[in-house]
Design a protein around this ligand. Sequence first.
Ligand SMILES: [Mn+2]
Length: 319
Amino acid sequence: MNVIISHSADLDGVSSAALLIRKFMESGEPYLVYLRDYSDGEEVYPTEITRIPDVRVYIADISTHLKHIDAVVNRIKLTKGRVEWTDHHETTEEIKRSLISASVELYHDKDSGSASVLVEKRYELRGEIYRQIADAGFQADTLKIKDDYVRALVDLIDYFNYLEKRIPRVRLERLAVQIAIKGPSEVVKEDDYVELLKHYRDLKQKALEEVLETVRIYDLHGYKLAIAYATSLVSGTQAASKLEENVSADLYLIIKDEGGMSFRRSKACRVNLVPLANIFGGGGHEYAAGADLGRTVARDKFNRVADEVYERIKSGWRP
Ligand SMILES: [Mn+2]
């Protein structure tokens, strides 16, 4: 039995899974597919794999620099078969050694741009569809998107991740299978995906408009601070750029429904945002920082939460 574990959160992970699925479809070998994210903890490596006799596990686009790497290594040691791990995220020599001591066959290159091109190379996958799948993952991960179907897949995957924060991720796994069968440029022409994409882009548009409807302006020791609300349909970065483009202020803060906070500043502003994020246990860069409020925020509670957050920043920070 072949088991594929790949990253659920982005197109590179889904593409890496699709490449391996296509390989097993062509050879007629049975396979299982699990799409996983870092928030799944040790379930990144499902425990049921350790019960499959004579298994061959293919991990792709999952960073080995995992918080729960020790638990994952323990599960790998209990696995009755081979484990091959293909990835491009930064890691440490210590982690590499511990994987090798668990007999993992590691194929790692942090400069490859994407895991999908590494999977294509490692398993010598040749053909136009393989090439297109690997290239879609590469375009998405290197942020050099040139094809509309790649942009469509990135949006669909964002939407499915919004709907499937926890395992199992059946929409994402089905999409990986469909990409494997039809190729990325054809799959986005399917009626159901065309409809879903249109629906998601409408929702996203509305979510971005909501950012502007909720904005509240405060005076923070002489700096103009704009705080606005966003749902998890949009990223903190997307919401913050919408705010910066439409509202003139020095400092910007997005508070997400799930409690995430994104701090940004205007181009002219020199305030270091890290100390502001530190107040809420977060951090980041001088020009862009993040934190977590530690609780969810309903739309109708936002005004009160924004006032409280402002008071905490005002008393916790001096220019
Ligand atoms: Mn990747």
